[in-house]
Design a protein around this ligand. Structure first.
Ligand SMILES: Nc1ncnc2c1ncn2[C@@H]1O[C@H](COP(=O)(O)OP(=O)(O)O)[C@@H](O)[C@H]1O
Ligand SMILES: [Mg+2]
Length: 257
């Protein structure tokens, strides 16, 4: 689907449609009975305890895990789940995976890591052109990491690496952004600036955002809708719904000492 068509996408039509989704890993049931419509311009905040299937849900939308049952459509088209290096949905969806430690000798420079995010648009065997590098620079500037562009990624702190991975997702110029605990490695100030950036991307670039957070205050203050997950959808509604606190108390039981 062309970009022009996506800009014309009607507000009342979901851009992600999930129907009766079940995902299993060998003998683990990770998700079941998931029905979820995500509309243009939503900032969906996903919460739920460890092992609730939050990461699996993002991977399912990307087609990185194959549903046991159910369907997922993005812009009205069923997603591709088979081998293909450049699945159809990769052209529209930017993904910021949960941060993993990077070897400090990992040879790529920051700017090259961010350029990797553009490969679905460039093609694997073509060289990036001037415009591609401009987009990479812009993505790095958006997260205040332009001055680090020529550093090896492995020399950066966890928080700085996390910002680079956000830039990598932005370099695709996606219309949908999926983020898996994007602020987990960031300090208070960086967290605030990333949350502000997400709002800006939604307001100015009309992006639709799905983001997993453990910090419940952050979740409430920065989402237009909250989805509580515990293998199935326990609750979904606006962040100011008075019912939410009860739901959260049930989903995140207090630790017993
Ligand atoms: N690659 C995998 N192989 C086997 N089990 C997995 C795999 N990935 C996740 N799981 C299991 O699926 C469940 C959901 O995991 P996950 O989606 O990572 O949850 P969350 O992100 O909410 O912590 C967990 O029980 C986890 O152990
Ligand atoms: Mg996870």
């Amino acid at each position: 689907m062309s970009i022009e068509k996506i800009h014309d996408w009607p507000k009342e039509k979901p851009i992600i449609e999930i129907r009766d989704l079940v995902v299993t890993y060998q003998d683990t049931l990770a998700l079941y009975g998931i029905n979820l419509d995500i509309y243009p311009g939503e900032i969906i905040g996903i919460c739920g305890p460890n092992g609730a299937g939050k990461t699996t849900l993002l991977k399912a939308i990307l087609g990185l895990v194959k549903p046991y049952r159910g369907t997922i459509k993005v812009y009205g088209h069923p997603i591709e789940t088979k081998g293909n290096l450049f699945k159809k949905q990769y052209f529209q969806i930017g993904y910021v995976p949960q941060l993993k430690a990077i070897d400090k000798n990992f040879p790529a420079l920051v700017k090259d890591v961010v350029m990797m995010g553009r490969y679905p648009k460039i093609g694997l065997f073509k060289r990036p052109n001037k415009k591609d590098w401009e987009i990479v620079d812009e993505a790095l500037k958006a997260i205040d990491m332009y001055y680090m562009r020529n550093r090896p990624i492995g020399h950066l702190s966890g928080g700085q690496q996390q910002k680079v991975f956000i830039a990598r997702a932005l370099a695709l110029e996606p219309s949908i952004l999926l983020l898996d605990e994007p602020t987990a490695a960031l300090d208070f100030r960086m967290t605030a600036s990333i949350m502000q950036l997400l709002r800006k991307l939604r307001d100015e670039k009309h992006m639709t955002i799905v983001s997993i957070h453990h910090d419940l205050r952050l979740l409430k203050e920065n989402s237009t809708r909250i989805v509580c997950l515990n293998k199935s959808i326990v609750w979904t509604g606006p962040p100011d719904d008075p019912e939410l606190d009860n739901v959260l108390r049930k989903v995140y039981p207090l630790p017993t000492i």
